[in-house]
Design a protein around this ligand. Structure first.
Ligand SMILES: [Zn+2]
Length: 292
């Protein structure tokens, strides 16, 4: 095939753009030359090149079928292990798992993959709820555990805990960030293009936290109002769904949201701010927070 070499170069350039922010690079000795039209799997991604009628190729990167299958099994096992626990514990356990996977794949996934996983989780949690209450009706179970827990979404099938208001996040709620296709033959090895790649790396995606947290982070310039330090630290972007999962668990542990009510001209004004959980604890204990 006359275009196969150019196609291979295009694939390599695109993949390098993918790998670099993840701190990975091609090992030339181990790089297999394959017909990319046939596709191949790599780091949990399925990579294939589709040629349109005009003959120009487009690289398609999706979560690999094997990864999706494995992940569905993992979710099944997780929910099954929560038999006997309460709804809040299920939410606490699954949310970082769902967020982690969504974050890793958010730039390559199709809406259909996310929706499919949401259906899967729905079935798992519904079955979990039915098992927890064998003597109750389907209707009772549905009303008890599913509802419009997320205030700004018209979705009455969100799994949640009525007592605490905690609810399960959905894959489909993660915003899909489109991967900017690499221009023609742009190769990261070409020094003239170095700037182009630096620019690409610089345009780091915003952390995939929920919208409210993202808004507060932006308005606070990413800093804790109590100590003045940055609220989130990451040496590099997480490089796997598991690392993302860990990252979300850390975020949950270190960030605290504070609800503040202020009197302005005799009127109650209410707002939120983000603090380090340990700074918040110090404030609650009546201790001064050290400003650097
Ligand atoms: Zn702080």
């Amino acid at each position: 095939m006359c275009h196969s070499r150019a196609a291979a170069e295009q694939v390599k350039a695109s993949l390098t753009a993918w790998l670099e922010p993840r701190g990975l690079r091609f090992n030339e000795d181990k790089t297999r030359i394959v017909h990319v039209e046939d596709g191949f799997s790599f780091l949990g991604f399925d990579i294939r090149r589709r040629v349109d009628r005009q003959g120009s190729g487009k690289l398609l990167i999706t979560p690999s079928k094997e990864s999706v299958k494995r992940f569905r099994k993992r979710l099944t096992a997780d929910v099954r292990s929560m038999h006997g626990a309460n709804a809040a514990a299920v939410v606490f356990r699954l949310n970082p798992v769902i967020r982690g996977w969504s974050a890793y794949y958010r730039s390559v996934v199709s809406g259909r993959v996310f929706t499919g996983l949401d259906h899967h989780v729905w079935h798992l949690t519904y079955r979990w709820a039915r098992r927890s209450h064998p003597n109750k009706s389907r209707g009772w179970v549905a009303t008890r555990y599913f509802g419009k827990f997320h205030k700004s979404r018209q979705d009455r099938w969100v799994f949640g805990d009525r007592d605490s208001g905690a609810y399960l996040t959905k894959f489909a709620w993660t915003k899909i960030v489109r991967h900017v296709p690499v221009h023609g033959g742009a190769s990261p090895d070409d020094p003239a293009l170095a700037e182009y790649w630096t620019e690409r790396r610089r345009k780091k995606k915003a952390p995939p936290v929920d919208e409210h947290t993202a808004r507060l982070l932006r308005s606070q310039g990413g800093r804790c109002p109590a100590c003045g330090e940055f609220l989130l630290h990451a040496e590099h972007e997480p490089r796997s769904p598991r690392e993302w999962e860990q990252w979300f668990m850390t975020v949950r542990r270190v960030l605290a949201k504070q609800h503040i009510v202020e009197q302005v001209d005799g009127q109650d004004r209410t707002f939120y701010r983000l603090l380090h959980a340990h700074c918040r604890r110090q404030i609650l204990a009546g201790k001064a927070v050290h400003q650097p």
